[in-house]
Design a protein around this ligand. Structure first.
Ligand code: HEM
Length: 512
């Protein structure tokens, strides 16, 4: 038996607007509670009251851990350039083709209600409802990342959250993890995080990056490593640390408001989508591993090639249903777009769907925002579980019954030739910071060649690190911060030391 949905709109609002309890019994006096006399004790038989109070207690689902705080909108991706020599996915097959999508922007370390203007990387996750299934690009607004071993992710995120005893954000935890020699591979990401780009003015004013190398192939079976860049058409705009601190108090939801209100008034933000491509042969001659997402691919050698536009032009009708319950995962992919062997990406292939089974429930893909729109899903083995609401495939057998007809479509893609060949003993391996300054080179280039061209940007990087690290209780730790940034450039280390020392003096702490 199915619900009489004809009497409801698509959001579940009853068309005659008669209000009922959740079992459909009409509510006559919404605030009257059954009781003995006017002021006597209440009666357990009052289902309307129990329904109301009990459901309220169950309104919250666990917030994401990490990326709890975020905003989102719907829109479309439009192909503007032919890249069928690189990728055979149907979403790219025709110039002008549009694919519906939903994007969620987020901060990383803060709780669901935390301020928009914190210094923290921003998430930029998009789900494309393609005709070949849902494809998720779960990206950040920085081109690189802090770690290159997935095993370090929980510890790293813990250091961005609250101290287990004080329940406070803790600069000592933050810098202790990041200055640990084996973790200093984060230096490049730290230089971006503490640069002018560390606090975007709005979600509309920042870029998105795949960070990882992905592996895309064409219909001939040829493949490339690919990085995706989404460049904002609104221009990059950011806050200084001081501006951000004031706004965090005055209007903590400023980025959320900015996104919603701009879309509401028809000012749809857009991003131009580019790819960088690399052959397997080229990857063998890189000074770093193609699977190391702490490194950028030099644009002179791997130029940006335009692909299309991402446009966000539709606000959600209901934040919880469409954004809080949205489930993005790098493992949600479509033909011709594969994960590479990057170990962090491989770890992520497990982590997201696992988090969503816990956060939303095992049938999270039945929530409308997560359903594959084009053909839905049918698999008689994926059955039952909490909150199964799609009819559960009715009387279909729950195994591949030999008397039933199933269509297993033949893979029409050519087998990729010249595959990567993996060979070696199964050994435990920790990809620690490399000896020498190899992992510092790109950070040094950023400091000396890029920030030097922007008036005062080097000094602001030093200032932003110093005012954060000055919060460390331990001066030994502050010295480690200075030593680490001195490896990027001595001037940077000196500037940080001078400012931390000045702040320490005014707080009655020793100079460095
Ligand atoms: C080993 C490394 C990583 C692990 C284990 C990991 C794990 C997670 C988990 C469990 C969530 C919450 C998912 C949910 O509850 O729906 C999440 C969210 C997210 N992660 Fe990661 N992550 C890793 C690295 C990265 C990297 C490198 C990027 C970007 C390149 C990234 C981008 C995001 C984004 C954008 C979200 C928020 C998605 C949304 O808006 O729902 N993560 N991550």
């Amino acid at each position: 038996m199915s619900c009489p949905m004809k009497d409801f709109d698509i959001n579940g609002v009853r068309k005659d607007r008669v209000v009922t309890t959740s079992n459909g019994y009409q509510l006559n006096a919404p605030f009257a509670t059954q009781r003995i006399g006017e002021h006597g004790p209440l009666l357990l038989q009052d289902n309307a009251l129990l329904d109301n109070l009990a459901h309220f207690n169950r309104e919250r689902i666990p917030e994401r851990n990490p990326h709890a705080h975020g905003s989102g909108a719907f829109g479309y991706f439009e192909v503007t350039h032919d890249i069928t020599d690189i990728c055979g996915s149907a979403m790219f097959d025709t110039i002008g083709k549009k694919t519906k999508c939903v994007t969620r922007f987020s901060t990383v370390g803060g709780e669901k209600g935390s301020a928009d203007t914190v210094r923290d990387p921003r998430g930029f996750a998009t789900k494309f409802y393609t005709e070949e299934g849902n494809l998720d690009w779960v990206y950040n607004a920085t081109p690189i990342f802090f770690i290159r071993d997935p095993s370090k992710f929980p510890a790293f995120i813990h250091t961005q959250k609250r101290n287990p005893q004080t329940n406070l954000k803790d600069a000592d935890m933050f810098w202790d993890f990041l200055t640990t020699p084996s973790n200093q591979v984060a230096i490049h990401q730290l230089c971006i995080l503490f640069s002018d780009r560390g606090i975007p003015k709005s979600y509309r004013n920042m870029d998105g990056f795949s960070g990882h190398a992905y592996k895309w192939s064409n219909k001939k079976g040829e493949w490339h490593y690919v990085q995706v860049h989404l460049k904002t058409d609104q221009g990059i705009k950011c806050y200084t640390s001081e501006e951000a601190a004031i706004i965090a108090g005055r209007d903590p939801d400023i980025c959320h408001r900015d996104l919603f209100e701009n879309i509401e008034k028809g000012n749809a933000p857009s991003w131009t989508v580019y790819i960088q491509t690399m052959t397997e042969e080229e990857s063998k001659h890189l000074p770093f591993s193609v699977f190391d997402l702490t490194k950028v691919w030099p644009k002179a050698q791997f130029p940006l090639r335009p692909v299309g536009k991402l446009v966000l032009n539709e606000n959600p009708q209901n934040f919880f249903a469409q954004i809080e319950q949205a489930a993005f995962a790098p493992s949600n992919t479509v033909p011709y777009q594969e994960a590479s062997a990057d170990p962090v990406l491989q770890g992520r292939l497990f982590a997201y769907a696992d988090a969503q089974r816990h956060r939303i429930g095992p049938n999270y893909n039945q929530v409308p925002v997560n359903c594959p729109l084009s053909k839905g899903f049918f698999n008689p083995l994926i059955r039952d579980g909490a909150m199964n609401v799609n009819g559960n495939f009715g009387s279909e057998s729950n195994y591949y019954n030999t008397n039933s007809k199933y269509e297993f479509l033949e893979q029409s893609r050519p087998i990729q030739e010249h595959q990567e060949i993996w060979n070696g003993p199964a050994v435990p391996y920790e990809w620690v910071t490399s000896s020498g300054d190899i992992d510092f080179i790109q950070a040094t280039t950023l400091y000396r060649k890029v920030l030097s061209k922007q008036d005062g940007a080097q000094a602001r990087l030093a200032h932003n690190v110093a005012i954060h690290a000055a919060n460390c209780k331990s001066t030994d730790l502050q010295k480690k911060v200075v030593d680490m940034f001195s490896r990027v450039d001595e001037q940077l280390g000196n500037d940080i030391r001078t400012e931390i020392s000045a702040i320490n003096s005014s707080n009655g702490k020793p100079k460095l």
